[in-house]
Design a protein around this ligand. Structure first.
Ligand code: COA
Length: 366
């Protein structure tokens, strides 16, 4: 039975290990359990997650067995920005840097399911996040539709993507592949542009939020592909060194991450930046198409089935069609990876009517 006597507390190191043992069936993918443990340890020791960046939480019943895990989840701290419109004669936006939390790996062992444990855990977690980080917000990516997490405050936001199959043929031109050491300087430009976007005089009275697209966030994503590639792609005698592509004029780029899943394998474009819309539209499309071709060819090189980009704008959809024609699909997801957001100040509201989530892309996923 669930109830107010249950507590949510940080997991011990031993419990973290046990939680992975429990949830391996859901998330180990093509890895065996031992390798999954190692991957999770690797992901927990990046600059983003070490030293308290990542926390594992367990719901237990102190009155029964305080070591029996009824439900568990993780939170990752990330840098984010909030801009709130103010109207005093002029309409201006004030941008604040805050901490945001990504909630992930929500899991109830099979024998305890359907008893309200995940619900109780999320309620306690929401209260704790609001208390400890009152000025911030949190997000999670629901794989069980739009309703369950909304009950506890995480409201569904735009969750669409474009996808197309890996591209077998074609010469990549007009771009340069990015190495990880090219990316810090690009992050500086990207972050400045995101801040500028949030500080513009608002067109409406919605709060705007964005995760900071910083280098340590990309490093966390890459640590997964770098761990998994040598295990699952032994026959490819190279490292996943190309981390994205940039157009020759340096104004548009994509950063990507390879996902070697058990059944579906894909190259995710985790961040897309366009610092200039000054080109004539067809030229613009051609430049972005060059980036998509680079992504499609890279997916093929790594034996991945497709390329996926979250929440693409219209010009990206047209550009993708230039290289992949009618194989491009645009999907509004209804059940998996539903980007869901909760402002920790309840009066701000959390739905898309109240909050505009800028740069709602895969890099923010945890
Ligand atoms: C999802 C999960 C955490 C729910 O845990 P739980 O302790 O059983 O949850 P609660 O008892 O608090 O709530 C149950 C409710 O969850 C929702 N739910 C559970 N699984 C669902 C699914 N696959 N699709 C939609 N809703 C689902 C339903 O609203 C359900 O209510 P119902 O039993 O009246 O239909 C658990 O089923 C699990 O660990 N699944 C495998 C891992 C997973 O998918 N995690 C979620 C990742 S976003």
């Amino acid at each position: 039975m669930t109830g107010s006597h249950l507590i949510l507390r940080p997991a011990t190191a031993q419990e973290v290990y046990y939680v992975h043992e429990l949830n391996a069936a859901a998330w180990a993918g093509a890895l065996d359990v031992e390798t999954y443990h190692d991957r999770e340890q690797t992901l927990a020791s990046t600059p983003l997650t070490r030293n308290g960046g990542l926390s594992t939480w367990v719901l237990v019943d102190p009155a029964d067995d305080p070591h029996k895990i009824l439900s568990s989840c993780e939170t990752t701290k990330k840098q984010a920005l909030i801009s709130t419109p103010r109207i005093n004669g002029d309409t201006v936006s004030t941008v604040r840097q805050v901490t945001a939390h990504g909630v992930g790996s929500v899991f109830t062992p099979e024998e305890h399911r359907g008893k309200g444990y995940a619900g109780t855990m999320l309620q306690l977690l929401a209260e704790s996040l609001k208390r400890g980080n009152a000025d911030g917000f949190s997000v999670l990516y629901s794989d069980i539709g739009k309703k369950f997490y909304a009950r506890f405050g995480w409201q569904p936001h735009q969750s669409s993507h474009l996808e197309f199959p890996a591209i077998e043929e074609g010469t990549v031109t007009g771009i340069k592949f990015l190495r990880s050491n090219d990316v810090p300087a690009l992050c500086v430009k990207d972050i400045a542009a995101v801040k500028e976007k949030l500080s513009r005089p608002p067109l409406d009275l919605r709060t705007k939020v964005a995760f900071v697209p910083d280098y340590q966030t990309f490093e966390w994503h890459w640590s997964r592909e770098e761990f998994v590639a040598p295990v699952l792609r032994k026959h490819i005698d190279i490292k996943p060194a190309a981390k994205g592509a940039i157009t020759a004029d340096g104004k548009r780029w994509m950063i990507w991450n390879r996902d070697f899943g058990k059944t579906a394998t894909q190259l995710y474009i985790i961040r897309y930046v366009n610092l200039s819309r000054s080109l004539e539209e067809t030229k613009e499309e051609k430049q972005i198409a060059n980036l998509f071709l680079a992504a499609g060819r890279e997916a093929h090189r790594w034996g991945l089935q497709k390329v996926i980009m979250w929440n693409p704008d219209e010009i990206c959809i047209r550009a993708a069609r230039r290289v992949a024609g009618s194989t491009v699909q645009v999907v509004d997801r209804e059940s998996d990876s539903i980007a869901s957001l909760m402002m920790h100040q309840p009066k701000q509201g959390s739905s898309p009517q109240d909050v505009e989530w800028i740069a709602n892309e895969k890099f923010a996923w945890a």
